[in-house]
Design a protein around this ligand. Sequence first.
Ligand code: TYD
Length: 211
Amino acid sequence: MTSERFITFEGGEGVGKSTQADLLADTLKARGLDVVQTREPGGTPGAEAIRSLLLDTNLNWDTRAEALLFAAARSDHVTNLIGPALDRGQWVVCDRFIDSSRAYQAGGGEWSDDAVLSLHTLGSHALMPDITFLLQAPTAEIAERLYARDGDNADRIGGKPAEYHQRVADHFRHLAATDPERFVLVDASGTPEDVHMRVMRAMANFVGEGG
Ligand code: TYD
């Protein structure tokens, strides 16, 4: 891919990815671009069905089954939504993608990064985003936002222990450090508009002011 039209938002829970994906999609649309906005796990009826299985706190998936389910959901999403949209020349803004599996299932869990990438090759032709915004905010600010959003009702993965989420955050940082061409680290503190300004400044570097 050299189109620079496939953009993902990544980061831990409650860091504001969905809000930033909304704001970016709106800004690109306001510039007259044809944008498909989507999310993972989910984005297609099949992948949304897998999402509800994955996040169900009554189901106790082991880490292997969990990684396979995320890869299966992504495969359906790439085959039926993301791939066709990119082929049609549309922009795709996606809330989480393969780097979430690398950070959560490899960094946080027991898989190696290579194993997660092999599943991605099998399931999704190893499709990679062109630009990935990694949102980062101080732990205390995130804890506050998360409590405001979920209270005591975190989903199955959000509810995992703090050490797990620390490993996930460390792995995200490691991924960004090893692929600085694709990753943009974004300070996610402050208002959504502050963060959006930072995202748009970085976009200008990738696609030019007019993009
Ligand atoms: P999401 O709805 O984006 O959660 P949040 O809004 O809290 O960030 O994602 C649901 C959960 O699934 C989240 O805890 C991250 C996890 N996840 C993985 O573990 N692996 C993956 O590949 C993806 C896409 C998400």
